[in-house]
Design a protein around this ligand. Structure first.
Ligand SMILES: [Zn+2]
Length: 303
């Protein structure tokens, strides 16, 4: 019997990733998004580890936490346990002794291939709106909205939000409280343009992402202009425990870079109306560990 649309959505919703508290593990979601991209472009449902490994490594570097090494073999292997993914001839592959994982070398040597289960692939191929729903639910569950489009572009997935998709409910008062706390101006650059009575391009950002359990409260929020919001969520800069902005060594550029980012390096961010609203150390630390692209640029000690 064919699996229903709801069962498919439930299967992808159930992908097991948050195993270590608030530590980010975007591996499986990024692999699924990559495979959805390949499928939706009319490509095969079969994903070769050899092809996906370098691309997944790039995705992990760009949209995951900074790590000493990257392991595309983990999601490729472990996604089997979630009921959506099958590895061809898995019993022919030799695992690490006494471990459940598999060495990257083994997947490369044996030219391992994997695919979505046939039932799931058939439905995905038939229904572009189902592809979109799965993609947006994964994005909603694991990444802030400010970077959804960047991820979709990188995996080559051209989808728009359908009406059927059910998205997570958010606390609607968070935005208002954060913008009030920062007087409707970007905490980095002070941008506060209005169009008539409407604030334009100033947003409430979570420091510890909502997707990683960050609460909707003032000490976990910052008012940021659209540009600084995206740069913060991509990890181009972070804010240290002294509330000083620190730019990543990986961020660079010519036009705009100095004026919009480097000029704020080593500068304190603008404080909110009350000390009690100030960014809390725990959340800032989470951002530094899980989002910021290390290493930081040196802070001048001259002054
Ligand atoms: Zn700004």
């Amino acid at each position: 019997m064919a699996v229903s649309r709801d069962e498919i959505l439930k299967a992808f919703d159930g992908i097991n990733v948050w195993s270590r508290g608030s530590e980010r593990a975007p591996h499986k979601p990024l692999l699924v998004l990559y495979a959805l991209g390949q499928l939706s472009r009319g490509g095969s449902n079969s994903v070769a580890f050899r092809d996906v490994a370098p691309k997944l490594t790039e995705l992990l570097k760009e949209f995951g936490p900074t790590r000493k090494s990257y392991h595309p073999e983990y999601p490729f292997w472990r996604l089997q346990n979630d009921g959506v993914w099958v590895i061809d001839d898995a019993d022919q592959l030799e695992r690490h002794a006494r471990q459940t994982d598999i060495p990257k070398r083994e997947l490369l040597d044996k030219d391992a291939h994997a695919h979505f289960t046939d039932e799931i692939a058939q439905q995905l191929e038939r229904s572009p709106s189902l592809v979109a729903d799965v993609a947006f639910r994964l994005l909603d569950a694991h990444f802030p909205a400010s970077i959804h489009q960047d991820i979709l572009n990188t995996v080559g997935l051209d989808v728009t939000l359908t009406e059927t998709v059910t998205r997570r409910k958010r606390d609607p008062s968070f935005r208002g409280r954060i913008l009030t706390a920062y007087e409707y101006a970007c905490a980095v650059c002070g941008f506060d343009v209005r169009l008539g009575n409407q604030v334009m391009g100033v947003e409430a950002a979570h420091i510890q992402w909502h997707q990683a359990g960050g609460p909707d409260e003032e000490p976990n929020g910052l008012a940021l202009c659209s540009l600084h919001h995206k740069a913060f969520d991509l990890g181009a800069f972070t804010i240290d425990s002294d509330r000083v902005l620190v730019v990543s060594e990986q961020a660079h550029g010519q036009r705009g870079f100095t004026e919009w980012l480097l000029t704020f390096h080593g500068q304190p961010v603008r404080p909110p109306l009350r000390e009690a609203y100030s960014p809390a150390a725990d959340y800032l630390e989470w951002h530094e560990r899980q989002v910021f692209k290390r290493p930081p640029r040196e802070l001048s000690t001259a002054s």
